[in-house]
Write a protein that binds this ligand. Structure first.
Ligand code: NAP
Length: 282
């Protein structure tokens, strides 16, 4: 099998490293020549180019560009591909992407690995990124079963845990656990920076430790990817943000009213139920 990857950054580069370790031939296309050179040097791909024509003979293509480049990449790929080629993407929002791309190519399978770091670009590519990570596929009623099965076989070889759902359900679920946290975390950093007394701000910055590191991490990621994620999932994100604001108001009221019993009950509930989310170490 020959796999093509478009967009050799954190996700595309990590995928290339993993697939090549299984002796799968990987052809990579990226925007910048320099990135292609690094991909070759690091053994992320067998061949690299800035031209999509490199991918004429591939069986499966992973589009790993930023969200706003996925649709145009599919359009530009079409003239080169064999009709049997399967295209999948890794974009972190699925509704708009599947709606735009599925009508362009029959063998299109929407996908989203729930894996990543706050780093970006080819230098951030690493082995093991997908191992034991959830990986969501969002086929529609018209997606050929064989195309889905072919992607699943590759994902299983990466050690990923495969989930299926509709694009709309995906977007609502990830709004809660991925997109809302980015916005809240960014809001936290910005609120702290709003401290008007420079001495207090300076001291807070010096004292910041593990608690602030954990809660601010996702707000310190790539700004373009964060803005794209909000744009491509804005309806579900707004829905989550409005609900979050209601809970925040409720918490503020408890503190204003010095209702410490009620606040403690609320924190008891969140302490117990946090463990229902994900399989990360606690
Ligand atoms: P990234 O590290 O910035 O990598 C994207 C790469 O795409 C860039 O390095 C750039 O390479 C290349 N690129 C940009 N425009 C291109 C174009 N028109 N044609 C070809 N290559 C192009 O970003 P990432 O974190 O890997 O994210 C990529 C995708 O994965 C996004 O759609 C994102 O939603 C999704 N995703 C991200 C995460 C995460 O945690 N980061 C998790 C799951 C899914 P050059 O160096 O050549 O410019």
């Amino acid at each position: 099998m020959i796999v093509g990857i478009v967009g050799l950054g954190l996700i595309g580069g990590s995928l290339g490293l993993e697939l090549r370790s299984q002796s799968i031939t990987v052809l990579g296309v990226s925007r910048r020549e320099e990135t292609c050179e690094i991909a070759l040097e690091r053994g992320i791909v067998d061949q690299a180019s800035t031209s999509l024509s490199l991918l004429a003979a591939v069986d499966v293509i992973f589009i790993c560009t930023p969200l706003d480049k996925i649709r145009e990449t599919v359009e530009q790929l079409i003239p080169y591909l064999q009709t049997s080629a399967i295209i999948t993407d890794v974009g972190s929002a699925k509704g708009i992407i599947v709606e735009e791309c599925a009508p362009l190519w029959q063998n299109f399978v929407g996908g989203h690995p729930m894996a990543g770091t706050e780093r970006s670009g080819i230098e951030a590519a690493e082995r093991g990124l997908f191992k034991d990570a959830a990986y969501v596929l969002t086929p529609t009623e018209r997606t050929p079963t064989e195309a889905v099965q072919a992607i699943e076989a590759i994902l299983r070889s990466l050690g990923a845990n495969i989930h299926h759902c509709t694009p709309a359900i995906h977007d609502r679920a990830v709004a809660w656990i991925s997109h809302l946290p980015v916005i809240i975390s960014a809001g936290l950093i910005e609120s702290c920076l709003g401290e008007t007394d420079p001495n207090i701000l300076e001291l807070a910055q010096e004292l910041a430790s593990s608690g602030f590191r954990d809660t601010s991490r996702v707000g310190g990621g790539d700004p373009h990817l964060g803005a794209m994620m909000a744009q491509y999932n804005h309806q579900a994100l707004l829905r989550s943000l409005f609900q979050y604001r209601q809970h925040l108001d409720h918490l503020i009221k408890q503190i204003e009213q010095e209702n410490w019993d009620s606040l403690e009950k609320c924190l008891e509930k969140t302490q117990k139920r946090r463990s229902h989310f994900g399989n990360f170490s606690r």
